[in-house]
Design a protein around this ligand. Structure first.
Ligand code: NGQ
Ligand code: ZN
Length: 448
């Protein structure tokens, strides 16, 4: 049982002073008392906010982050990046995936992410055959989360086709493909070890029948994630195939509910935004990756007006920082609309405060975890910002979040508790040297 005393903490009902947070041995918050006395509690070294769920990650892509920034012979696009990504995938062995994910998860914790939904589709060996244990790669991702202490929700991905209308998968996709039966077996194999959800890669990679077969075979409470409408070409190809845009097609053919997370949804039009908002599905936004890949900007302001829910993910991990994702979500709107302060609510004029809270709620829903709240019964996921940081001097409440998100960086994150255990102390993770060594070794092996 740990007890923490915070001079100020962000609770579900807003900022509160002199908060005693009692953490149970099961890693959840047992009690929260505002207006308390410190007594024997450990004093937090700065303002305390809930840790952020990261709702979209392809861990292995950290290995190539920043290495696809050289112009090629043809016009570069999402699709040429994808070819580079397939070349990276072709070389990865299970031990590399473990090392890359472990280093990444340390970085996530240090930046303030306390849980992650891993959208996992690298299932098979380089020749495209299942490993002796078909869950080999999934277990490596699970081991990396275990090593670092980040809360993992593993989303094994069904990936079957190479494009709309059941096209054959290409060479670069052969490590990803499964039948719905093999997919359900994989889910069964990993479910005893780690929290799971369902994922369909995209409407390019699965058919309506594939989705129906999987959804009929799984616990209806688990989250369901899918990539959708990220690229204009994807929207056009879907129209050519079906006459509908991907988001409309999905809503027309599947019951999309509040347990769904629609990742990217970049090119959603007004009617699609309304359908998404009405369903309660979470928009899974990954602004730094979407910028890096030249996707476009999700109409987040309109979606918020419609009452839509969203969270953020670091996706390809060109950036590993929830504050950066949220800053770019807001900056994208400013750049397009040529106005300031785009994402807020009438009751929450602070952009930083609004974004942090909205992404906590959307992220927790997308992961299917009781998280993102400093409240009894919630996962004990806490971020202690550095109260000694000059930019935070004299700032209280939402001004702290505005400073952090718009003028600070991950160095403002001082201590991080995930699932009731301090994983980052004074900016250091206890496993960071070992994780870095493993990553360096993997990078050297892959470069050779
Ligand atoms: C992925 N990533 O599966 O890793 C995708 C690219 C695709 C992002 N969309 C590949 N950011 O969509 O086919
Ligand atoms: Zn993705």
């Amino acid at each position: 049982m740990a007890t923490i005393f915070a001079e100020q903490a962000l609770l579900p009902e807003g900022w509160a002073d002199a908060v005693r947070i009692t953490v149970g041995a099961d890693g959840t918050i047992a009690a929260v008392e505002p207006g308390a006395t410190p007594q024997d509690a450990e004093r937090a070294a700065g303002p305390v906010v809930p840790g952020m769920p990261n709702l979209h990650s392809h861990a292995f892509q950290r290995a190539m982050a920043g290495l696809a920034e050289r112009a090629g012979p043809e016009e570069d696009s999402f699709w040429t990046w994808r070819e580079a990504m397939y070349r990276c995938v072709a070389t990865l062995q299970p031990e590399h995936v473990h090392a890359i994910a472990r280093q990444l998860y340390v970085e996530m914790l240090k930046a303030g992410y306390t849980s992650v939904a891993e959208f996992h589709y690298l299932h098979k060996d380089p020749a495209g055959h299942p490993y002796a244990d078909p869950a080999e790669m999934a277990h490596r991702v699970g081991a990396a989360a275990e090593d670092t202490g980040i809360g993992l929700v593993l989303l094994p991905v069904l990936y079957r086709h190479g494009g709309f209308g059941g096209q054959s998968p290409g060479e670069g996709q052969r490590r990803f493909t499964l039948t719905p039966d093999a997919y359900l077996d994989l889910l069964d194999a990993v479910a005893p070890h780690v929290a799971t959800g369902i994922a369909f890669h995209s409407l390019r990679a699965v058919s309506g029948d594939d989705m129906a077969a999987v959804l009929a075979g799984v616990d209806p409470a688990r989250p369901v994630h899918i990539h959708v409408a990220e690229q204009r070409r994807e929207v056009e190809d879907c129209r050519a195939w079906s006459g509908a845009t991907p988001i409309d097609w999905l809503f027309d053919h599947v019951e999309v509910t509040a347990r769904w997370c629609l990742v990217h949804a970049t090119h959603a039009g007004e009617g699609e935004l309304a359908r998404m908002a009405a369903s309660g599905a979470v928009a899974g936004l990954c602004p730094t990756t979407e910028a890096n890949l030249g996707d476009g900007m999700f109409p987040a302001r309109r979606f918020v007006e419609l009452g839509g829910r969203f969270g953020v993910g670091s996706d390809s991990h060109v950036t590993v920082s929830p504050s950066d994702e949220l800053r770019w979500l807001e900056y994208g709107r400013r750049l397009i609309e040529e106005r300031r302060n785009r994402l807020f609510s009438p009751t929450r004029p602070s952009v930083g405060g609004f974004l942090w809270d909205a992404a906590l709620a959307g992220g927790a829903a997308a992961l299917g975890l009781p998280a993102g709240r400093i409240a009894a019964g919630s996962r004990a996921d806490l971020v202690v910002l550095d109260g000694a940081h000059p930019l935070l001097a004299g700032r209280r409440g939402d001004a702290v979040l505005d400073r952090w998100l718009f003028a600070g960086d991950a160095r403002m994150v001082r201590d991080v508790m995930a699932g009731g255990v301090w994983r980052v102390r004074d900016g250091r993770h206890a496993g960071e040297e070992a994780a870095a060594r493993g990553f360096v070794e993997a990078m050297r092996a892959l470069a050779a």
